[in-house]
Design a protein around this ligand. Sequence first.
Ligand SMILES: [Zn+2]
Length: 439
Amino acid sequence: MQKINKNIHRFDIYVVLQKFFVFSFIVFLVLFQTQSESFASGRYYKTSSEIKNFQRSIIDYRKYIGKRFKKKIRKKTKYIIIHTSELGKDSTLKVVLKGKKITNGYRTPGGHAHYVIARNGKTYRTLDKKYRADHAGLSMWQGQENISDISIGIELVGYHNYPLTNQQYKSVSILLKILKKIYYLSDKDILTHSQIAYGKPNPWFKKNHRGRKRCAQNFDRKKAGLTYHWTYDPDVRSGRLLADPSLTSYFYTPAITSKLNHLPSNIITKKNSAWSIAGEAYNLSSTIYILPDGKKLPGNSIGSTIGWNFLPLYTKVILNKQKPEMKTVIKIIRDGATAWSHAGILYNDKHTFYILPSGNIVSGTQISDWDDLPLGTRLIIGYKHPVSITKKQTAFSIAGHEYNSENIVYYIPENKVVTGNQIKGFHHLPKGTKIFLPL
Ligand SMILES: [Zn+2]
């Protein structure tokens, strides 16, 4: 009897232990379940709020689209095309919305992109994504032409031979994430305009060819959150188009990322022709050639004067040159021309700078005695704090493409204030030269 009792007792313990294990296992499962769910939802909320914040931050400019632009629903969306505008922000928005002048005074009706992303990352919606934007022009990918009919266009404010900003990459990566999901696209469907544009025969090519556009040649796919990149051009491989050597070296040769650190230069060399710098814009009047002797010639006059094969080495090519402004950005205080009459309410702004006849530079916030501002003081309105030019920090590395434009202001010791277009020898700027960039 005792034995049996003992067995029963032992049996009880087993049952209790077993129940305990089952119970703790269930508790463990429940805990684990809730925890993994909360991890998942945490991640979900993070990305979704990032997306929501971005969507909320998009500035709606659709109402400013040109009146002549005819909205047409796009039937298919197979690609997203990335452009660089080769212009500043305001001009980009103007061209994208209201069109650009082409030959004979004709103006395109606008609607040239769905989104514009400024250099500070601010994103503008310029056309509802369901409509067709006229952004790709003569284009082909995998044998299919008229890519505007089947794609979304994103315009990044900036130049193809100057780096895009981290803020732009941040915005474009979120925008691409959203659009890929909506249209079931993958990374390989995201291409730059330069990759898909093609040109008709010209002095450099006997047949249809790539290289018509240089647009977004500097687009760093990794920074935009894309993993896939094309290792070949399907239309060149199939023989439909001739390859453009400079594009091939940018897009389809290994070590693409190291190439991005050596952006194409705007100076003509044996390897860098007017074509490889400007693409189809090579002979436009808005493309300016600055010869080594400082002489400037518009693209439409080169063919009849110098000839395309005789452009001197080290000629600089400036794209999209606007008509020079008659008024300079540098104002002078004279009798009857006060700080106020020049700058209005911005007279005491921190972005209005005064260069005194003594050579001292002060901002509007630093001046208290306005009546004693000496005559001959020069002022500029809407500029950032000046940066000193050094051997390591050249005018180009500070100001980029625009370094020699009429909007960039230089203070040159002793006491000279000039705009970039007035400087001839950028290599001989004296020590202490400062550069002012517009906001
Ligand atoms: Zn483009």
